[in-house]
Design a protein around this ligand. Structure first.
Ligand code: ZN
Length: 287
């Protein structure tokens, strides 16, 4: 393997190799880089390409997403009678279907089965990768949501430029993603659980996310390190139990569950228990 160090997918500064996790049952190693300038973490493009075909076939469908997201939106916005929204990676529509019934709801979803379920609850879903989404003609969106999506995209800059072009001048983009500068990531490095999900390929710090918005034509309105809305002890305990006992279908699907080394396995689970603000939420408008 070459020691060539790739450039940060957000700010293009140099990175350093944080470490490698070798897995059982998988030829794909979890190599983990970090930007020396903005702190963004990523997996090398060659590995990302191997990871992405593992594209999500299973996903949690938490019931509290709507309340969590709308808690950050203004009451005036929520009262508007007519709003056109796009949920990128809408899965079965669990989040977007709960928004006011008079709103026009659009989704993009890569998993055809989940997209069909979303269509059955009245969401206009386009099936495919966000990079190829054609939009809806001349019309623009008043709000675009990317909840747990950015970390799956190996070219975040081009995708956010695209989101900018799809957004109305008065609209906003809402992002929830991992926080590469959180305490667990700093302590556990390559053993931080978040970057070991095979389909997680880029994770920004708050500084990196701000830079990403800046480079893609957005002005940051709000940015905040947060806990994920599924970070309750019940969910975390279930994931760890599933990983240790092999009973969790979601984690079983992901090679993460079986690192070769005992110490890697302990580290991955401990890093999840540490919790803290291991995600970032941000709202941005067109600059
Ligand atoms: Zn960077």
């Amino acid at each position: 393997m070459t020691d060539f160090v790739e450039l940060c997918p957000i700010c293009e500064a140099q990175g350093r190799k944080v470490g490698v996790i070798r897995r059982r049952n998988s030829a794909v190693e979890a190599v983990h880089h970090q930007c020396l300038k903005c702190g963004t973490r990523w997996v090398p493009r060659r590995e990302a390409e191997q990871r992405l075909p593992l594209e999500i076939e299973l996903r949690m469908e938490p019931s509290n997403t709507l309340d969590w997201v709308t808690g950050y939106l203004s009451p005036d916005f929520m009262r508007r009678p007519s709003v056109r929204v796009l949920d990128v990676g809408c899965w079965a529509g669990g989040f977007i279907k709960g928004l006011p019934s008079s709103w026009k709801k659009h989704g993009v979803e890569i998993n055809a089965g989940a997209a069909a379920r979303a269509q059955r609850v009245g969401i206009d879903v386009w099936v495919g990768e966000i990079q190829k989404y054609p939009g809806i003609g001349d019309r623009k969106f008043d709000a675009i949501f990317m909840l747990d999506i950015l970390e799956h995209i190996s070219s975040p800059l081009s995708v956010l430029k695209k989101m900018n072009s799809l957004l109305d001048d008065s609209g906003f983009l809402f992002v929830l993603t991992g926080n590469a500068a959180c305490t667990a990531a700093r302590i556990f490095g390559a053993r931080w659980y978040y970057m070991n999900y095979p389909e997680h390929v880029v994770c920004p710090s708050a500084e990196g996310l701000a830079e990403l918005f800046n480079r893609s034509g957005f002005a940051l309105e709000r940015i905040k390190p947060v806990r994920h809305y599924t970070s309750g002890w019940g969910e975390v305990g279930g994931k760890i139990k599933g990983r240790l006992l092999g009973g969790d279908r979601l984690d079983e699907k992901l090679a993460l569950s079986r690192p070769q080394s005992f110490f890697d396995s302990v580290g991955l689970n401990l890093s999840r228990l540490l919790k803290g603000s291991d995600h970032i939420m941000a709202i941005a408008r067109k600059a």
